[in-house]
Design a protein around this ligand. Sequence first.
Ligand SMILES: [Fe+2]
Ligand SMILES: [Fe+2]
Length: 278
Amino acid sequence: MTGSLFATSDLHVAYPDNRRIVDRIEPESADDWLIVAGDVGERFADIEATLRLLRSRFAQVIWAPGNHELWTHTADPVRLRGEHRYRELVRMCRDIGVLTPEDDYAVWHGPGGPVTIAPLFLLYDYTFRPPGAATKEEALRQAYATGVVCTDEMLLHPDPYPDRESWCHARVAESERRLAATDPALPTLLVNHWPLVRQPTEVLWYPEFAQWCGTVLTADWHVRFRAAAVVYGHLHIPRTTHYDGVRFEEVSLGYPREWSKRGPAPNPLRRIFGAPGQ
Ligand SMILES: [Fe+2]
Ligand SMILES: [Fe+2]
């Protein structure tokens, strides 16, 4: 089989400049797959239109939610909160043929395969705390004191869970169970909006922001679950790093004020498997 497996995230299509970049996303071949690792946008209709467009162009599209998809934004007529909103996003994806963390894991059989592709929705639990903070309460207090507070605190509701960390822990337990049941003969590609390990957050300009970026519970998943590579976004710091010999790809586009520093027309696709011209 030919083709490439591409990944992107943080398309944030509410920005017209980002929308223009997304409209130009094209596969290189009819066999190409695309992973979208969250933060497509905030409005339900925007998320659906974008995923529908990408699905019309790629042989397979696999999505995992970011925090922005899970917001109950005042500009969105869809008023669902928390788990109910997530389930509605999953239902929409199934309608348009996009795979989600709730579906059976697809296997990539193209170059670099076979690899089990596991889209994950793990959220965060405030355990990536800034120096000097021993608890979630102390971490949040530091964040409010410096004015660096993730909008999730206002818009990402955990219903029906009592708080976001409880939702995170339920997601981690369920995802761990499913990953343990994957074919042990195949490597995996782990896809999650938030980084699975803490190290990528160490370069954040504001260390207080890390508490909204993941959980220490997944620190060894790339080793335990045989990851050939890990795809994430959320940080808006696109780069490739290695931890324990495993390739981690931060694949975000980010906001116009961020990507414009890297050039006028960034390519929002990162090739994970495959080679040009295959
Ligand atoms: Fe983002
Ligand atoms: Fe995000």
